[in-house]
Design a binder for this molecule. Structure first.
Ligand SMILES: NC(=O)c1ccc[n+]([C@@H]2O[C@H](COP(=O)([O-])OP(=O)(O)OC[C@H]3O[C@@H](n4cnc5c(N)ncnc54)[C@H](OP(=O)(O)O)[C@@H]3O)[C@@H](O)[C@H]2O)c1
Length: 259
């Protein structure tokens, strides 16, 4: 069945891989993100998506932007079958070093953004009859990792998933979290958490031995799981927090690190 699916952060990384898959499956796909330069970068990578995926510019942490998105989807499609709260930011810092501004920015985008979008688009999701919401969290939401603000924002997102699964089940709306391990995307360089590509590759090399499967994730590894959760095949799955992480969450001293 052809569906109408909104992916936040479809201009890069996991979101871009996902919108490509959803487009190829024949769905109507809408992406929202802030920077037109990143949309241009995405269309250079995947030129076939031009005029096929609706790339809208919006900031998910702004309620007024969400209202605008609601109006556009209502007018064009009248319903929404899938919402993927994928857009996210990374900020560095421990409790001693992180500024209040960075803390708030991280929570505004990674946690309040999904709240705003879900709440605003709810009438359209209800209209669909059996909609699916997928929140893109992180293994850092399950155990401390990356940075304090990021980890806390993703732990909050996982609780939003559980809470909403209970609240929205009676409307036939499923809500799940996908929690990736380290995936090769633009997130670390675009958010300046590493200085340059060399530092980024060094970070991946350092992390790799912690992954029992022996490699860092690719965007398609995560997009495939999201695609399944959006499909009717997943119609009995809700309130689940699902890792896609090459095994990093089960890594322990008894598993010899891959060289
Ligand atoms: N890559 C990893 O290792 C990893 C691991 C675990 C979890 N994740 C999670 O996976 C999700 C996708 O990450 P990614 O690695 O694919 O990152 P990415 O390549 O940096 O893509 C992030 C996307 O989100 C958009 N975005 C950021 N802030 C936004 C805002 N306020 N409003 C609207 N759009 C916004 C970006 O576009 P603009 O900047 O133009 O808005 C971009 O399209 C994130 O939630 C991230 O936390 C990633």
């Amino acid at each position: 069945m052809q569906k109408v699916i909104l992916v936040s952060g479809g201009s890069s990384g996991i979101g871009l891989s996902l919108i490509n898959r959803l487009y190829q499956e024949g769905h109507s796909v809408i992406s929202i993100s802030r920077s037109t330069a990143k949309i241009d970068r995405a269309l250079q990578e995947m030129p076939h998506l031009k005029d096929k995926v609706l790339f809208l510019t919006a900031d998910i942490s702004r309620a007024a932007d969400a209202e605008d998105i609601f109006k556009q989807i209502k007018e064009k499609y009248g319903k929404l079958d899938g919402l993927v709260n994928n857009a996210g930011v990374l900020t560095k810092g421990t409790i001693e070093s992180i500024s209040l501004e960075d803390w708030q920015f991280t929570l505004d985008v990674n946690l309040t953004g999904p709240y705003i979008l879900t709440k605003t688009l709810l009438p359209l999701l209800k209209q669909a009859g059996s909609a699916s919401i997928v929140n893109i969290s992180s293994v850092a939401g399950l155990k401390p990792g990356t940075s304090v603000a990021y980890s806390v924002s993703k732990a909050g997102l996982d609780m939003l998933t559980r809470f909403l699964a209970g609240d929205l089940g009676p409307y036939g709306i499923r809500v799940n979290s996908v929690n990736p391990g380290l995936v090769r995307t633009h997130i670390h360089l675009d958010n300046q958490v590493v200085e340059d590509r060399e530092a980024y590759e060094a970070m991946l090399d350092k992390a790799r031995p912690r992954y029992p499967i022996g490699r860092i994730g690719e965007p398609g590894d995560i997009a495939a799981l999201i695609q399944f959760l959006l499909s009717d095949e997943a119609s009995w799955i809700t309130g689940s927090i699902i890792t896609a992480d090459g095994g990093v969450m089960v890594e322990n001293d008894l598993i010899p690190p891959k060289k």
